[in-house]
Design a protein around this ligand. Structure first.
Ligand code: ADP
Ligand code: MG
Length: 266
């Protein structure tokens, strides 16, 4: 595979949208795989108690595997939980499991409860990575706030359907609060249109609305709905290795290339 430009410094990209099922995990896993396949060192931080990103990367994440829960709640160093993804060189994962469901409550009484992921990343050698991608749960609770405080960039996946824009105002308000109080450097750098169904007029309309509203932040590449994308996780794989020639894999590769070439500054 051709190498893409690598950032001068590690880009920590938070992938968030409080709506469930919009493609956060699919996007995290497949962008991470594409970037790694083009020469970047990539870490996926699974911050969803469902552990779907860990599953899709073929990572063991049973309840007794050291996970992001212990990092956030028990101050275990990141280096003690990060493991290589079996399928793809240069790709690593900080796994999550159902223990993390309790963290949403347990964090409330912790010191610096919003900044625990940032502190864990700061004391970890993220300089060895080109990208850290943080996969968020479908809520705006403390786990997602930790991801917004821990990231430099926010990538919002948007599914092209009728209610897509409805929840976005709430997300943007949370981002503004985080920016003014906790992480002034957070930049909404990227919006990715996911699960696009070219046969429906509605999808085209929603895509147009999103582009009118957010402008250049929206990647040119749109991810089509593709059965291969949804099949890949059950084989513990990204679609990039499961079916590299499929429309979903090609689109995620395009999107990752755009991200890499745009760089952190835009
Ligand atoms: P989230 O993490 O936002 O909850 P997921 O990435 O888990 O969303 O996606 C929700 C569901 O949609 C999953 O079953 C996933 O496999 C499927 N899916 C995601 N993207 C696509 C796509 N481009 N084509 C077909 N199915 C998709
Ligand atoms: Mg998910």
């Amino acid at each position: 595979e051709k190498e893409w430009p690598r950032p001068a410094e590690c880009r920590v990209v938070t992938i968030a949208n409080q709506k469930g099922g919009v493609g956060k995990t699919t996007t995290s896993v497949n962008l991470a795989a594409s970037l790694a396949m083009h020469g970047a060192q990539v870490l996926v931080v699974d911050l969803d108690p469902q552990g779907n990103a860990s599953t899709a990367l073929g990572i063991d994440h049973h309840a007794d595997v050291p996970s992001i829960y212990e990092v956030l709640i028990e101050d275990l160093p990141m280096k003690d939980i990060v493991v290589p993804a079996p399928e793809i060189p240069n790709l690593h994962c900080a796994p999550a499991n159902l223990n993390l469901a309790g963290a949403e409550i347990e964090l409330v009484s912790k010191v610096a409860r919003e900044s625990r992921l940032r502190r864990a990343l700061d004391s970890y050698d993220t300089g060895m990575f080109d990208y850290v991608l943080i996969d968020c749960p479908p809520s705006l609770g403390l786990l997602t706030v930790n991801a917004l405080v821990g990231g430099d960039e926010l990538l919002i996946p948007i599914q092209c359907e009728y209610y897509a824009l409805e929840g976005l105002g709430q997300l943007i308000r949370t981002v503004d609060l985080v920016k003014s109080h906790l992480n002034p450097g957070l930049n909404v750098s990227t919006i990715l249109l996911t699960m696009y169904d070219a046969r429906t007029r509605l999808a085209a309309q929603v895509a147009e609305d999103v582009r009118n509203h957010f402008g250049d932040v929206v990647l040119n590449t749109v991810i089509p709905r593709s059965v291969r994308v949804s099949e890949a996780p059950s084989y513990g794989q990204s679609v990039m290795t499961y079916d590299p020639g499929s429309s979903g894999a090609l689109a995620y590769s395009e999107a990752a290339s755009e991200m890499a070439h745009r760089g952190a500054s835009e």
